[in-house]
Design a protein around this ligand. Structure first.
Ligand SMILES: C[S@@+](CC[C@H](N)C(=O)[O-])C[C@H]1O[C@@H](n2cnc3c(N)ncnc32)[C@H](O)[C@@H]1O
Ligand SMILES: [Zn+2]
Length: 320
């Protein structure tokens, strides 16, 4: 099922017939020795989340989001008794609910840190990882043999890679004939919340963000977006045999406090335009800002919440 990182022949974990034993760090198979991120040079570029790690999950560490639970049912049903590859699985927002459904999963990401967070979340949520193979892999060169898996999801990652076509080719290669590449997008659901509901939330977030970059720019530090545009629909329609869509209905209202969503991520340098901000400059600036904002908006300003309504989820299934 896997490809040996040394001799490139197919193998089962942990030992290849060439004599190589795949290292396992804390339950994570090290199937790639590619860097955590490649931000410059002539090779394909990508942004692994090793540096972002902790700051990514927010309060998700202790919950499965409703949306993820709904999507997971669909993926588990599509996968049946087969294998689901959660490519660039991050903190496991889909791996974990699918594991709960009893699905067999390969959860792969370039970041050991993110995979470690997935493990902590599984522990917090009392979810067994017995059916989950955790591995450090590069989506540009998936160490899985041809025609091995039944479903693949690569959620929120294609835009972080400069050569997404190569990733799609890899996904197509590892899928069994008839297997499904599942893409998830927001579909308009209920009316979005009234803008009045979130007036204060937006004011604080925008002010924080603008002030942050204003102070950093004075030191010559600028936001850098690592993200590449890509016409997925066009590329997939050329690669896959068929395409179907379904809408997963998701109604209801949610609230996310600044302290549960935006703030921990912002303070932890968890947004991709913050990836190149030096830690010290970040800490000095955010300490200043927090003091200033507590003065302006009150000590507990971080309990201001964003009130939103879920949107339906558009699931596109491309079949090999
Ligand atoms: C925005 S997160 C999405 C995580 C998860 N799929 C989700 O939907 O929440 C992007 C993930 O892609 C991973 N990543 C980036 N480049 C990668 C690559 N070349 N190979 C594997 N994973 C990669 C990052 O480490 C990060 O965990
Ligand atoms: Zn080998």
């Amino acid at each position: 099922m896997f490809i040996c990182p040394k001799c490139r022949n197919s193998m089962t974990l942990p030992n290849c017939s060439c004599g190589y034993a795949v290292p396992n760090f804390d339950g994570i198979w090290q199937l790639s020795d590619a860097p955590d991120a490649v931000k410059s040079g002539d090779d394909d570029l990508y942004i692994g989340y090793e540096e972002i790690g902790e700051a990514y999950s927010g309060n998700r560490k202790y919950i499965i989001e409703e949306t993820d639970g709904l999507v997971a049912w669909e993926i588990s049903e599509l996968t049946g008794k087969g294998v689901f590859l959660d490519l660039a699985c991050g903190d496991g927002c889909l791996t974990l609910p699918c594991a709960q459904n009893g699905t067999k999963i390969i959860a792969g990401d370039i970041s050991n840190k993110m995979l470690g967070i997935l493990k902590v979340r599984a522990h917090n949520l009392n979810i067994s990882l017995d059916n989950v193979t955790l591995c450090r892999i590069n989506a540009l060169n998936i160490p899985i043999a041809d025609e091995s898996v039944d479903t693949v999801v690569a959620n929120s990652v294609l835009h972080l890679i400069s050569n997404p076509q190569k990733v799609l080719d890899e996904i197509h290669r590892v899928l069994k004939t008839g297997g499904a590449f599942v893409c998830l997008d927001d579909a308009p659901g209920e009316q979005n919340s009234d803008s009045d509901d979130n007036f204060l939330y937006y004011e604080i977030v925008n002010n924080l963000y603008n002030k942050y970059w204003e102070l950093l720019e004075r030191q010559g530090i600028y936001p850098k977006k690592y993200s590449w545009k890509f016409d997925r629909e066009d590329a997939c329609s050329r690669l896959f045999a068929s395409r179907e869509t379904r809408v997963i209905r998701h109604r209801g209202r949610y609230e996310t406090k600044l302290s549960d969503g935006f703030l921990p991520r912002f303070l932890g340098r968890g947004f991709s335009d913050q990836t190149d901000v030096p830690k010290e400059a970040h800490e000095v600036v955010t300490e200043l800002l927090m003091k200033d904002f507590r003065g302006r908006y009150g000590e507990d300003f971080d309990s201001v919440a964003y009130i939103g309504r879920y949107s339906d989820i558009l699931m596109t299934v491309y079949r090999k």
